[in-house]
Design a protein around this ligand. Structure first.
Ligand code: ADP
Length: 550
């Protein structure tokens, strides 16, 4: 702005200067010409009177240096000339001023000399005898005046331009300084120019509007940040060049990075090929999903394209911890595969035996063995199906009728029902402790104790023992089932509660195990809000401890 004002002011000054020069030159030129003309007329009148009285002798006695006098005869012959010898001069009859003077008594003309810078003015007067007296003088033309004054004009011009520049600069500064010093934070406090008042008022109004919008925006941003920061899901915003615009704490933790990564390429944070394929796919197709394992957890990454006016402006990445879901899916898949397998084996055995009998390939003495196999495998199938149904009931978590159950009495009943089984291995069954009452589902608790004691007998040694201990403290009731059987090596402890997991598959099957017993136990205990722990070592027996809150 300063430059513009400066340039404009300087331009105006130069234009004014030029106009002044031209005007002054015109005025000067007119003035000089006018006064020269007057003088010339007076001199001609004076000389005419003198020549009328004294004849040409007057002219010969006079000395003319500021103008030239020529005396011409009636036929145009030059009688006298103050500058050159009259003999050398040509006839002047054809000269414009002479002709005019001869005709009307007075003639006037002007002619440029060889250059345009000089002009000669001629005035001629016819005397009473018909001769003509002519006076002439060289006068300046405009051009010669300009050339003559050039040096001074240029000096004045340079001086004027320099002076105008300085003045224009200081004026521009003086105009602009108040504008530069405007306090736009408080527009109405300014006292610069009255003309600025509407603008300053408008700025003040806009300030107020912006402030209100900023407060609103800040509040929305704070809310957004609070939500994003508390999210368990990771959130990353990338622009269309893959630069990180925003990354929430959950995502920072997942990618092991900090806030400093904002503004950097996502490649500097993570170079996993699948993630970059996911980003590229989302950019092209709008959405993509991948699953990735990180820190022993499984994460789902959802990429979505962000568009504005039909252009891709970025990608939003949401990460979910789906470990539990993935594990559940895996368990379900394994369970389905296991169930199919476990059901197929006894059925194939039944089918095979039945076919042999049907085709008359079984001798009559072998018949009891075949029918007993069919019965045993059918019983196994039944137990398996019952266990599966029980597990699915527990999985569903459906409400079952609860009652007060004396765990000590329940233990006695279970042991009584297993007496015959235990006898086959000469295993001692016993129960000790106190009568503790739990508000629970009796048949479930009975099944839990039965499974644990049954396992303790199944995986016991000849002449071993199985002992139930019921106890309690202020907060918990504990029921422990201890045996001195084959025990379980520590590496299996975590897995024996999984469905169909068996330490020794053949031993389990031999003794009619389905591999679902401990799974049912765990779920039934959990159904009662309790937990189950195992203390066992290979060859040193096993203790299963159930803890229920009172
Ligand atoms: P199963 O029907 O095979 O007995 P369970 O779920 O009841 O299935 O038990 C899972 C596995 O845990 C068994 O196959 C067995 O190897 C082991 N197990 C369970 N209880 C005992 C125990 N008291 N002593 C030794 N091993 C046991």
């Amino acid at each position: 702005m300063t430059k513009k004002i400066f340039r404009s002011t300087l331009f105006v000054a130069i234009v004014v200067l030029f106009a002044s020069f031209i005007t002054i030159l015109g005025v000067l030129y007119n003035y000089f010409n006018g006064s020269q003309n007057k003088q010339l007329h007076a001199q001609l009148a004076l000389a005419s009177t003198a020549v009328e009285n004294e004849g040409v002798s007057y002219l010969q006695t006079m000395h003319f240096d500021s103008f030239r006098i020529t005396y011409i005869d009636t036929d145009g012959t030059v009688i006298y000339d103050s500058l050159v010898s009259a003999d050398t001069m040509e006839n002047h009859a054809a000269r414009e001023e002479i002709q005019e003077a001869l005709q009307s008594g007075f003639g006037e003309s002007s002619r440029y000399s060889t250059t345009l810078t000089e002009r000669t003015i001629y005035l001629a007067n016819r005397l009473s005898d018909g001769t003509v007296l002519r006076i002439s003088v060289s006068s300046y033309t405009v051009l010669s005046l300009v050339l003559e004054l050039m040096q001074i004009l240029v000096t004045i011009f340079i001086f004027a331009v320099v002076l105008s520049s300085v003045l224009a600069k200081s004026m521009a500064k003086r105009i602009v300084n108040p504008l530069n010093e405007l306090d736009l934070d408080h527009p109405l406090d300014n006292d610069a120019y009255d003309e600025l008042s509407p603008l300053l008022k408008r700025i003040e109004t806009q300030h107020t509007q912006i402030k209100t919008q900023m407060i609103h925006l800040k509040r929305t941003q704070n809310e957004f940040e609070a939500i994003v920061n508390c999210m368990n899901e990771g959130l990353v915003l990338l622009n269309n060049k893959g630069i990180i615009l925003s990354i929430n704490p959950a995502a920072r933790k997942l990618f092991c990075t900090d806030e400093a990564c904002i503004g950097k390429d996502f490649l500097t944070v993570d170079r996993t090929h699948e993630i970059h394929i996911g980003i590229a796919t989302a950019t092209q197709k709008g959405h993509s999903e991948i699953r990735i394992e990180r820190n022993q957890r499984i994460y789902q990454f959802d990429f979505s394209r962000i568009e504005s006016d039909g252009h891709v402006i970025g990608i939003v990445l949401l990460t979910f911890d789906v470990t539990e879901q993935a594990n559940a899916e895996q368990t379900r898949r394994e369970f389905t595969a296991n169930v199919s397998h476990e059901l197929k084996t006894p059925l194939q055995s039944i089918m095979g035996s039945a076919e042999l009998i049907e085709n008359g390939l079984v001798k009559s003495e072998d018949m009891p063995a075949f029918t007993s196999r069919i019965r045993n495998e059918s019983a196994r199938l039944l137990t398996l199906i019952e266990d599966i149904i029980r597990l699915s009931q527990l999985d569903e978590g459906s409400e079952m009728p609860k009652e007060k159950v004396d765990l000590y009495c329940l233990g006695e009943e279970v042991l009584a029902s297993l007496q015959d089984t235990a006898k086959k291995k000469d295993i001692q069954l016993s129960i000790e402790g106190t009568h503790e009452t739990l508000y629970g589902v009796k048949h479930l608790l009975s099944e839990v104790l039965f499974n644990l004691c049954d396992n303790a007998i199944k995986y016991n040694v000849q002449n071993g023992f199985v002992r139930i201990t019921v106890s309690s403290d202020n907060a918990y009731i504990r029921v422990a089932v201890t045996d001195n059987g084959i025990g379980i090596a520590p590496e299996h402890h975590a897995r024996i509660f999984e469905r169909f997991y068996r330490v020794d598959k053949s031993h389990s099957k031999e003794s009619g195990g389905t591999g679902l017993g401990l799974s049912i136990v765990k779920h039934a205990v959990m159904y009662h809000g309790g937990k189950i722990d195992i203390i066992s070592e290979s060859g040193k027996g096993t203790t299963m401890i159930m803890t229920f809150p009172k």
